[in-house]
Design a protein around this ligand. Structure first.
Ligand code: ADP
Ligand code: MG
Length: 699
């Protein structure tokens, strides 16, 4: 308390501009600005990106050529040496208790002024061979003269900060160190204690002390965790609050659960719904019968049976005299849904309307007339549904299948075809729950995490290149039994000509060679949509035995007779992508096979082993996420990902779950964060996130 009063008396506040700190002149203030540091608060929230301690520092004598190491040693000699090419190299010989090594900085003669004989340096970088061992520092910290640097090398944890030109690690560290004690008391905890407790993270002042001046690495990490938790908590609060407010202002259609058509469909189904399907359907019915618009994402692994769930939702709309639209990314898939629906709905006296780009003018006109007539019906189609000419008289439900294949505008356009229709998005890309919450914060999520019964798991195996002939024999035997097979080749980009050539070449070889007696076809992204659909259609109708393809094979396509998925160059695919491909087979009663063919490195083999050993799409997605990051899971980065300074939404997923729970608890009891206990948090949110003020406005 006295420290705080002293600080206030001295006119200090966290909003003080860094220029007012002793030790910061105009040049340094400029450098700090480049690091995003404007105020004292910013300075203390600039946290180390890594730490060094005895456990990460190597003994100089033990360094081997090729190592990448960190050492701490005293400069025993130094100088600038010109090279023949006119480059000036700064060199220093550093020594620790075990031995000495030369360090060399080409093109940095100015370091001769910054580093003195007797200074203790922390160096990290690769050890190279050049007339002996030479360390090529990637980074270094000058810890100062030997006597004052004592203790740092002697077991303490050293903080290493992101630095910039004109402001070294050491200077930053010294600046923070110098002012930490004065300013720390000004940082007030604003997150309620029980929320901090439930995540086992320290308070803000403790965390800041721990990240800047840790006694142990564990302490530093705990401090970092607190700062990451805080960021995640704030984002979750904003998302939950935005969602709640959106729901309030999201007046929609209140459907009545009449149980007329839906019950009849249930009794007519050739199978029992899985528990997950029942659960998801119930969640959807609850949304649709509430006065708010539904915004729900139905997420389920390939083959988990999303289509039927969508059909139940559509029937609920129809029995309320509304129209329901199901949009699919390709004509083929739209047709498939139309067929499925036709078969299931015939006994109910209903038939779905199909609208795609390839309808004739006459068909299109007939369809338009039906749509405009306010007849309750189910419409299946491609993005043609969103086009201007397509007008719905009474759209009550918009379903978007394989939603990630549509742009945001297309998804929105369908919703705009009616007066606030309920919206159901469906996706087969399994996204771990925590990530789904971060990415789709404004959506409710239902998950189909159960597979329909009786489905045999696909037998999955890796085979080396030398087994190629045997693998082809196996495919031939399957075809002889009347089955069909896919052979998939990687294609990095649609414009990848060499991959295209590879696919074409393999096709020609197999068509004229090993599979000359079989009906073989080639499918790739360069074909136009009509040819592509035509080929897929012939495969579906059993007119093609073996389909050689790049990764363009239809994601949602259901060909029960296909029993082999052969994947060439499996190392070029992400695990989730492999899993999507595997989902093309195993859809019928026959045993199905997924074969990864080719020689791969031991590391790749290890990665592929995860895929071979499980057919749980969520586990695979988790593994993919850890191995390759979020971008690869989706094929591209999602826009609008929240950005964080400290938190990493992937690595800190557990923390994110805790933060989510905390946010739910906070808002559950105090939706506007208006209570006295929550006011500090509310104020920080409002200040930090500007628009949060809007989100929190009541009425
Ligand atoms: P996806 O979730 O990949 O879109 P689909 O909806 O295409 O999956 O369903 C895959 C297959 O499983 C379809 O042939 C469908 O008829 C069948 N199916 C769906 N639900 C069940 C169930 N409860 N029991 C048995 N088969 C089912
Ligand atoms: Mg599907």
């Amino acid at each position: 308390m006295t420290a705080q009063r002293a600080a206030r008396n001295a006119g200090r506040s966290l909003d003080t501009a860094v220029t007012y700190l002793t030790g910061v002149g105009p040049a340094r203030a400029d450098a700090l600005r480049r690091l995003g540091i404007f105020t004292a608060r910013d300075l203390f929230l600039h946290i180390p990106h890594r730490y060094e301690d005895a456990s990460t520092v190597s003994a100089i004598a033990k360094l081997r050529i090729g190592d990448d190491a960190t050492v701490i040693g005293t400069v025993i000699s130094k100088g600038v040496i010109p090279t023949r090419k006119g480059l000036r190299v700064f060199q220093a010989v550093v020594q620790d208790s075990s031995g000495l090594i030369e360090a060399s900085w080409p093109g940095q003669p100015f370091l001769d002024r910054a580093i003195r004989k007797g200074d203790v340096l922390l160096l990290s970088g690769p050890v190279r061979f050049f007339h002996g061992r030479v360390l090529a520092p990637r980074e270094f910290v000058n810890l100062g003269p030997e006597d004052s640097a004592n203790g740092t090398s002697g077991g303490r944890v050293l903080s290493v900060y992101p630095a910039t030109e004109g402001f070294s690690f050491k200077q930053l560290r010294a600046l923070i160190e110098k002012h930490l004690d004065e300013y720390l008391p000004l940082f007030k905890e604003y997150i309620p204690t029980d929320i901090l407790h439930s995540a086992s993270v320290p308070t803000l002042p403790d965390a800041l002390r721990a990240v800047h001046r840790p006694r142990t690495l564990a302490e530093a990490h705990a401090g970092r965790a607190r700062l990451a938790f805080e960021e995640l908590l704030c984002v979750h609060i904003l998302q939950l609050r935005a969602k709640a407010l959106a729901r309030e202002t999201r007046a929609g259609i209140r459907f009545v659960n009449k149980r007329v058509l839906t019950s009849r469909l249930k009794s007519l189904l050739p199978f029992e719904l899985t528990g997950a399907q029942v659960r998801a359907t119930r969640e959807i019915v609850k949304d649709m019968t509430s006065p708010q618009r539904m915004h729900r994402l139905l997420q389920g692994d390939v083959g988990s049976g999303k289509t039927i769930v969508a059909l139940f939702a559509a029937l609920l709309a129809v029995e309320n005299d509304y129209q329901a639209a199901v949009m699919a990314p390709t004509e083929l898939l739209a047709e498939q849904h139309a067929r499925t629906f036709s078969a299931l709905l015939a006994p109910l006296g209903l038939s779905p309307l199909l609208i795609t780009g390839s309808l004739s003018a006459r068909e299109r006109k007939a369809a338009a007339t039906r749509l405009a007539s306010s007849e309750p019906l189910i419409v299946v189609g491609t993005h043609a549904l969103t086009q201007e000419g397509t007008q719905f008289a009474r759209l009550g439900l918009a379903v978007v299948d394989e939603q990630h294949r549509f742009g945001v505008e297309q998804r929105l356009a369908l919703g705009k075809k009616g007066a606030r229709p309920d919206v159901l998005l469906m996706s087969a890309t399994p996204i771990p729950r925590s990530l789904a919450l971060t990415l789709y914060g404004d959506l409710d999520v239902s998950v189909l995490d159960e597979r329909p019964p009786g489905r045999q798991p696909v037998t999955t195996a890796r085979r080396p290149e030398k087994a190629r002939a045997k693998v082809f024999d196996f495919i031939d035997a399957q075809v002889a039994k009347g089955r069909q097979a896919y052979i998939v080749l990687p294609l990095i980009e649609e414009s990848d000509k060499s991959a295209l050539r590879a696919a074409t070449k393999e096709y020609e070889e197999l068509r004229t060679g090993r599979f000359a007696k079989r009906r073989v076809a080639l499918l790739h992204g360069r074909l136009d949509a009509v040819d592509k659909d035509d080929t897929m259609r012939r495969f579906r109708d059993g007119e093609i035995d073996i389909l050689i393809s790049t990764t363009v094979i239809e994601v949602g396509i259901d060909v029960a007779n296909a029993t082999v998925m052969l994947i060439e160059h499996p190392e070029r695919f992400g695990l989730s992508q492999l899993h999507q491909l595997r989902g093309r087979v195993g859809r019928g009663a026959e045993e199905s096979f997924c074969i990864l063919l080719g020689d791969v490195s031991p590391e790749v083999a290890e990665r592929l082993e995860i895929f071979v050993s499980t057919d749980d799409g969520f586990r695979i997605a988790e593994a993919d996420l850890q191995l390759r990051g979020m971008g690869d899971l989706f094929g591209e980065r999602q826009s609008g990902e929240p950005t964080f300074r400290v938190a990493d939404p992937i690595r800190d997923r557990e923390l994110s779950e805790l933060a989510r729970d905390g946010a739910e608890r906070l808002l559950g009891s105090d939706p506007g964060l208006a209570s006295k206990a929550n006011k500090p948090l509310h104020d920080v949110l409002a200040k930090r996130y500007g628009r949060a003020l809007e989100l929190f406005r009541v009425g």
